[in-house]
Design a protein around this ligand. Structure first.
Ligand SMILES: NC(=O)c1ccc[n+]([C@@H]2O[C@H](COP(=O)([O-])OP(=O)(O)OC[C@H]3O[C@@H](n4cnc5c(N)ncnc54)[C@H](OP(=O)(O)O)[C@@H]3O)[C@@H](O)[C@H]2O)c1
Length: 301
């Protein structure tokens, strides 16, 4: 059976802001579309407007309030999975949307710690209940999140300090294409308890990444390299000072710099030919024309 009753957690987040509109676009194929919102979290005009738009388009807004039990407010996925299962949920899409955790030593990398915990928990839950299943959605990196200051790339100053070698490739998919593929997978009935989809927009080297940015912006970039060892040293320092954000950024830079954001095939793109993924230049041109959705890039206008 296709997964036609869906509740989106994080509907106004980075990915949710693409996913819910895509679900709305295809709402004729769904019985119920819900958006889960913790009303105790900060609200701004953008978030309020997005939720209003969703509601006006038939999305049920499921509100959690301060009186709710801990799991509803918890940040960790196992607690949310327990809550979902006790409410009768039979299928879970964990918050993956990235690299293949089984590549290289990704499984032990700090950046993926919570995703590994979640994978183990899902496997445990599936072993306990043969009717419970889950889907891993892998896309390498979201294209629009890649050129961010968090990873040493500054779109305003046109400077970059990357880890690895110029010819090292990473897999990327435009966020909107990820949303499109994800909705296709919901409508593809699961036949096993565990399934994995791999979708690709393209594999791009650092050389291509920066030449594309230079072409779009019409500006020469100042680019330097950092070794994997330096990134690892930064991670160690961040651990010492308790700077979790810096620790995660350095861990991810090590992953990028050792080619572990390259998603191995085979890819599932051809199973859903209705989705034609956009390339890097097209995606980044559109992103730079409308940066509102990508606050992380630091170039919001
Ligand atoms: N591969 C890549 O390049 C890449 C890039 C980005 C993200 N990702 C992945 O995509 C997934 C989604 O990330 P994202 O960027 O969409 O994250 P995000 O922008 O931080 O959004 C998280 C969403 O979850 C909500 N939320 C967070 N904690 C909550 C809680 N305790 N209770 C209820 N709601 C809560 C947030 O609500 P508010 O709106 O109230 O803040 C927000 O809507 C993650 O798995 C991430 O690793 C991958």
């Amino acid at each position: 059976m296709a997964l036609t009753s869906v509740l989106v957690l994080g509907p106004t987040g980075g990915f949710g802001q693409f996913l819910v509109p895509e679900l709305i676009r295809r709402k004729a194929s769904f019985k119920r579309i819900g958006a889960f919102v913790d009303v105790t979290r900060p609200q701004d005009d953008k978030k309020i407007k997005a939720l209003q738009d969703y509601a006006e388009n038939g999305v049920e807004i499921v509100k959690a309030s301060p009186g709710d039990s801990e799991p509803f407010r918890g940040e960790n996925q196992p607690a949310l999975i327990d809550t979902a299962i006790s409410a009768g949920v039979k299928h879970w899409y964990p918050s993956e949307f990235g690299a293949d955790l089984t590549v290289g030593d990704n499984w032990n990398e700090r950046y993926y710690r919570d995703k590994v915990v979640t994978r183990k928990y899902l496997q445990q839950k599936a072993a306990e209940d043969p009717d419970f299943g889950f889907t891993y959605f892998l896309n390498g990196r979201f294209m629009e999140w890649a050129p961010s200051p968090h990873f040493g790339i500054d779109l305003k100053a046109h400077t970059a300090r990357f880890v690895g070698t110029p010819d090292m490739e990473q897999s990327m998919l435009a966020t909107n294409d990820a949303a499109k593929f994800l909705v296709c997978t919901l409508l593809d009935p699961p036949t096993t308890q565990e399934r994995t989809y791999r979708f690709l927009g393209g594999n791009y080297s650092w050389t291509t990444i920066f030449s594309t940015l230079e072409k779009i912006q019409g500006v020469k970039w100042t680019i330097s390299q950092k070794s994997v060892e330096q990134a690892r040293e930064n991670q160690r320092k961040a651990i010492e000072t308790g700077n979790v954000d810096a620790e995660l950024a350095a861990s991810h830079q090590v992953i990028q710099g050792t080619g572990r954001t390259l998603l191995p095939g085979p890819y599932d793109n051809e199973r859903f030919p209705e989705v034609e993924p956009q390339g890097l230049e097209e995606t980044w041109t559109a992103m730079l024309e409308n940066t509102e959705k990508f606050a992380i890039l630091g170039v919001k206008h």
